[in-house]
Design a protein around this ligand. Sequence first.
Ligand code: KPL
Length: 312
Amino acid sequence: MIHILGVGSIGSLLATELCVKHSVRLIMRSKTLERFTKASKSTIKIHNLRDSVTYTNTFPAATAFDLGGPIEKLILTVKAYDIHSALNNLKNYITPKTEILIMHNGMGVDRIVTGLWKESEKPQIAYGISRAGVARNGPTWDFRYTGNGTNIITHPPGSHTQLAGILTNSSNYVYSEYLDYPKFVAEQQVKLIINSVTNPLTALLECENGRLLELDEHMSLIKALVHEGCKTFGRMSEYENIYNTVVSVLEKTAKNRSSMLSDVELGRPSEIDFINGYIVDQAKSQNKFAPYNWMLQKLIPMRTKQVKYDLE
Ligand code: KPL
């Protein structure tokens, strides 16, 4: 049985993908579970815009406190800042045989995960990034899916799961690819640079992604952020390519509202510490300073919590 915790757009798409051949159970907070069973009739609907087909599936769901027994396989698609508490809540159900695939935005989560278990008690971990274009239609479990965008998955050194193979061999609705760890990290850095530009700027300027391309001032900021990211990751020789990738993602997702803009609008915490904050920390570990990322890391919480900037 595959459990999925974090049943937003990516978790719902993966549940829909995997339930074709596997039994899938969703883990939800009790209030969410109540809404899922009552308002959504335990059903997830995904409208695939590419072939105009709607996939409708009903799923069993439980809270983290009544799972019954150890978890065999778990896919975690919660926000980066929720990963620690999600794994902590499930600790009694996780054994060294448990396989966990963690799919998230940002970087720096591996430190949190390693800190949770002693070496001998550690579960088998895989990491993934989803680039699938899927967005929620409303408060129930009803989503639009562009039909495009692959997932990439890896195992960090010393870890092995069947989950990675299950996903890469399954391509009913979404395609997943396995990358070795160094290649995965290189992709993760590029995705991080894309998010370090798009997410905080759209959240602060309250605009769709494409609007960032409309003003010269925004373009200068984009260039400065890509420069800082490339420098921190020792990838200045790829600056032009990475800059062009950022611009192309902004063009392709021009009508999207970024995940950070949604978080800020809904008054939820943001992933800023795992995105721009990660670049700031990495620069610091090389005795460098990443001022643009640092400034965004300071500004976003002021926007979410409406706090005043503490000059201390
Ligand atoms: O990943 C995204 C996000 O919003 O978090 C991008 C690619 C920037 C699309 O909006």
